[in-house]
Design a binder for this molecule. Structure first.
Ligand SMILES: [Ca+2]
Ligand SMILES: [Ca+2]
Length: 497
């Protein structure tokens, strides 16, 4: 009995030593992806750091190479850090066929495209980014190859593609997975050789570059079983490696099935649509609250979803906003940086760059002068990182009787969308343990001065004074459960104790 106790004591000491030693060996800070702010760059359109690789460039043609490269990204890391970004997501680096300036037309899955640089340049980018505490997420396409893949005529690759078929019915999942998206040769991940090649390729890029995450392209067009296996294989070796899946759908239930398949984060298209409706088009704020409530009920975790106001596949926010577009952009960015989920900012947003549908939304980055919103975005990033309420907190909408009454009048969603909105403020609380923030956005063209009743479950104490971290609105004092709010037209405020 004594022997056994001594043995247990020794075992405990041994375990403790192992734990201490291994703690010393691993990086001190575990990667927490929820706390990141991601800056998304289309490398060819960002910054030309190396004229020697400007092959076939034609900046006048929106569908040609423009000369941006990995060296250019490395050169601009301090600029990106200055925006408050902690991670970059870059468009695919794999060797593309002719015309694949965007990177989504793979020719050779295990080579860096010569327009962007080479493997050494990619590693240099990753190393220098890590030195500056910036993580690197690389876009990867496992659904298809480019139109002229050498595999199409390779007898050794027979059975690597699905039969050529257009995707017509997006409600038919089999068609979505097996059809040729935009006519691109569709890889058959059910073929074990293809599955093995793609998963080995994923590991090859991580092993050889030290990147921190993948943005996975066209996720809904590939069977979930493939994503499960890919995720398991990666996480076994790299538990902190981040997977951000692009699922282009407005259905939260559908999206959540891919998080369940092992993809940490999903591009939050339902929120993208709602942000545009509410802040660009003046629709009812309950649309965003409803999306948030619905997503919270179906996703394992909404604080890790990838939120955005626009990207390279949709028109830029400012292009859609109409009058007062700059004020609307600031409101949308304020929401993006304070709501649940990881903010993803598309390059050029800080310079209020315009752009309609693809390829107009992929214009060259404007490099003349200090970008007009750089300071604003950096300020939002500081506010976000100052409190766990934004990173882990709940999302509690504040009910505004004016809004509720107004919405009841327009039960029909279609009518509501077309109705000019003059009563719309946007109000919610982020709360985590004892930390909280009140986000008020006056989404109207008139000054607001009114008393609001805070929800009881927010637990905000009587008598506390709250300051606007954006430093523009006057302090407010909680009286009982009420606050009096004064905001100018289109003014956002982030109130914290
Ligand atoms: Ca270049
Ligand atoms: Ca497919």
């Amino acid at each position: 009995m004594l022997k056994r106790q001594r043995y247990l004591a020794l075992l405990l000491v041994f375990i403790l030593i192992i734990a201490l030693v291994s703690a010393g060996c691993t990086p001190a800070r575990k990667t927490d992806w929820k706390s990141q702010v991601i800056y998304f760059v289309m490398t060819d359109r960002f910054y030309d750091g190396d004229r020697a690789n400007d092959i076939d460039i034609n900046p006048a043609d929106p569908k040609a190479y423009h000369g941006g490269d990995l060296q250019g990204l490395t050169d601009k890391l301090d600029y990106i850090k200055g925006l408050g970004a902690t991670a970059i997501w870059i468009t695919p680096v794999v060797d593309n066929e002719e015309g694949g300036y965007h990177g989504y037309w793979a020719y050779d899955f295990r080579r860096v495209d010569e327009h962007l640089g080479d493997m050494a340049k990619l590693k240099e980018l990753v190393d220098k980014a890590h030195q500056k505490d910036i993580k690197v997420i690389v876009d990867m396409v496992f659904n298809h190859t480019g139109y002229r893949s050498p595999w199409l005529n390779d007898p050794a690759k027979a059975g690597w593609f699905h039969e050529k078929m257009d995707i017509v019915n997006y409600n038919n999942q089999e068609e979505v997975e097996n059809g040729w998206l935009a006519g691109l040769p569709d890889l058959n991940q059910d073929n074990p050789d293809v599955e093995k090649y793609l998963i080995d390729t994923a590991m090859w890029w991580i092993d050889n570059t030290g990147i921190d995450g993948f943005r996975l392209d066209t996720v809904r067009h590939v069977p979930r079983a493939f994503w499960e296996k890919l995720s398991q294989t990666i996480k076994e070796k790299y538990p902190d490696f981040f997977l951000l899946g692009e699922v282009w759908s407005s259905d939260p239930v559908y999206l959540s099935s891919y998080q369940d398949a092992g993809i940490d984060s999903i591009t939050n298209y339902p929120m993208y649509y709602a942000i545009n409706d509410v802040f660009a088009h003046g629709c009812s704020p309950d649309e965003l609250h409803n999306v948030m409530e619905f997503e919270d009920s179906v996703f394992k975790d909404t604080n890790i979803l990838g939120n955005f106001i626009d990207n390279h596949d949709v028109p830029r926010f400012i292009n859609q906003a109409g009058e007062n577009s700059m004020e609307k952009l600031k409101m949308a960015l304020t929401y993006l940086m304070t709501t649940k989920g990881i903010p993803i900012i598309y390059y050029g947003t800080e310079a209020s760059m315009d752009g309609g549908s693809d390829p107009d939304n992929r214009r060259d980055m404007m490099w003349d002068g200090e970008p007009v919103l750089a300071g604003y975005i950096n300020g939002l990033s500081d506010i976000r990182s100052s409190s766990d309420a934004f990173v882990y907190g709940d999302y509690i909408p504040i009910e505004d009787s004016d809004i509720v009454g107004f919405i009841r009048k327009y039960e029909d969603k279609y009518a509501r969308r077309r109705q000019p909105m003059q009563l719309l403020q946007f109000l919610f609380i982020r709360k985590y343990e004892d930390k909280y923030a009140l986000v008020f956005i006056n989404n109207t063209d008139k000054m607001i001065n009114k008393t609001l009743v805070l929800p009881e479950d927010a637990g905000i104490r009587d008598g506390v004074t709250l300051k606007d971290k954006l430093s523009a609105a006057p302090d407010i004092r909680v009286e009982g459960t009420k606050v009096e709010v004064r905001l100018g037209a289109y003014q956002p405020a982030i109130y914290m104790p």
